[in-house]
Design a protein around this ligand. Structure first.
Ligand code: HAM
Length: 430
């Protein structure tokens, strides 16, 4: 018997439906905010996907040589592919440009709760604006999506890459060491991150600023930012970063949208391309992020394009589904609006198929009983599967151009003229 490859999952109807529901709401949100959908390939050149991602992702990519001896990899995220397009085919498009993608991604992560080797994201990227309102839009859009899906108590962890980078650049720490510090912070290994700074011979002032910064976090965003500003006096880029984050959060506040935030001065995300505000979304009792994003103003240039500022977010569809399950939010399954048409005799099968066609045209989801079972067994099966109505096509009723209609929830059966069947079902479903 064959099994799935380790870390790969079959999604059964209930889960597939939930995934598609999140995908659909994500697409609706993309339209509401003016993000146009693009479809990029799952397979890209290794070099594209490896540039500016993170050591961890580089190590975990599904990489292989194709038959033409090209080194290729399965995408671990969308941002590199979308940025490739913006640096090439889309480079002359007017800005701003808002692009949406949804699909499967691949990372050789250790399978565990919320961590899969094949997973799905809905991804939004906004190109062309370096202004805080663009960052605010990405935060508001994420908030809107989670709200529309019916999630409660979600919150945002927010930081800014230049808080740390401003300090470490000024202290002369090279990019590789800074990447190591960031990776450690991403894993909350504060002590080890400090040890790297110590080994790199940074000043005492820097060490004590870092030590204080790693512990600076809180829900009162503006208070936290004030504390950070006091801590980093003398590091001008860092102060500018704090001001930038302040502006972004103030814009969100002015919009009237209430975000539950936790601002963290030492917050780092694994990816190497970020250059500004970074954030992740969470719900209680799930300790992995539902989504994450941020500003990356240098990536398009790195891919050979003009310097184009960008900010974006990827929503983890699988983890959003886990959160919806945990909070017991279920989308409508469609079963509550479905009908089964059962033919009593073989001779009336044609009529049953005709009726199914008519009912579908009025928007109902209709199954025809195709197993040749008796009416009672077909009804028992419909009941087991949560079908709302059964239409029983019997010879006696047919003579009078009628059928029997059974409300499966109430167990009541009536005789209905065929001309009035769709209406009778639809009014019963109201
Ligand atoms: P990321 O934080 O690597 O960011 O992934 C975003 C989301 O994808 C995560 O928060 C999580 O929900 C989901 N995800 C990641 N890995 C897995 C996994 N192994 N199993 C299940 N879900 C997973 C990015 O991918 C960036 N490209 C986001 C971005 C877009 N930044 C700017 N634009």
């Amino acid at each position: 018997m064959f099994k799935t490859v380790r870390g790969m999952r079959d999604l059964m109807p209930v889960d597939a439906e939930r995934m598609r529901h999140v995908e659909q709401v994500s697409r609706e949100v993309s339209k509401l905010y003016g993000y146009e959908e693009i479809i990029t390939p799952v397979l890209e050149t290794y070099e594209l996907l490896a540039a500016k991602t993170s050591e961890e992702i580089r190590e975990r990519m599904y990489t292989f040589k194709d038959l033409g001896d090209r080194k290729v990899a399965m995408r671990p995220e969308f941002t590199a592919s979308v940025a490739r397009l913006v640096a090439s085919k889309l480079k002359n498009e007017p800005k701003p440009m808002r692009l949406f993608s949804v699909g499967s991604l691949y990372r050789y992560d250790e399978p565990q709760y919320g961590r899969f080797r094949e997973f799905w994201q809905s991804n939004y990227e906004l190109f062309g604006s370096d202004r805080p309102e663009a960052d605010a839009e990405i935060l508001m859009l994420t908030n809107d999506l989670l709200k529309r899906l019916g999630l409660k108590n979600y919150r945002f962890k927010i930081g800014h890459t230049e808080i740390l980078k401003g300090i470490l650049d000024q202290e002369g720490m090279d990019e590789d060491k800074q990447n190591s510090v960031r990776q450690l912070l991403d894993k909350k290994s504060w002590e080890e991150a400090l040890a790297i700074a110590r080994d790199a011979d940074v000043s005492q002032k820097c060490l004590s600023a870092l030590e204080r910064l790693f512990g600076t976090r809180g829900e009162d965003a503006f208070k936290v930012l004030e504390t950070v500003k006091e801590t980093v006096q003398g590091y001008d880029t860092t102060i500018a970063a704090v001001d930038n984050l302040w502006e972004i959060l103030e814009l969100v506040k002015d919009s009237g949208v209430k975000l539950e935030v936790m601002v963290e001065a030492g917050f780092a995300r694994g990816l190497e391309y970020y250059t500004g505000m970074i954030f992740e979304s969470y719900v209680p009792r799930i300790d992995v992020a539902l989504g994450g994003g941020g500003r990356y103003d240098k990536l398009i240039q790195l891919f050979g394009g003009e310097p184009i500022p960008a900010v974006g977010v990827a929503q983890g569809i699988d983890r959003i589904v886990l959160a919806l399950k945990k909070q017991k939010v279920s989308p409508e399954t469609g079963k509550e609006k479905s009908v089964v048409v059962i033919s009593v005799k073989e001779e009336s099968m044609g009529k049953a198929l005709e009726l199914s066609d008519v009912l579908r045209k009025s928007g109902l989801s209709v199954e025809v009983a195709v197993m040749g079972r008796s009416v009672s067994r077909a009804l028992a099966d419909a009941n087991r599967r949560g079908v709302a109505y059964a239409v029983i096509v019997g010879p006696k009723e047919l003579k009078e151009k009628k059928v029997a209609l059974k409300d499966m929830n109430k167990g009541e059966q009536t005789t209905v003229p065929i001309s009035n069947l769709a209406e009778a079902i639809l009014s019963g479903l109201k």
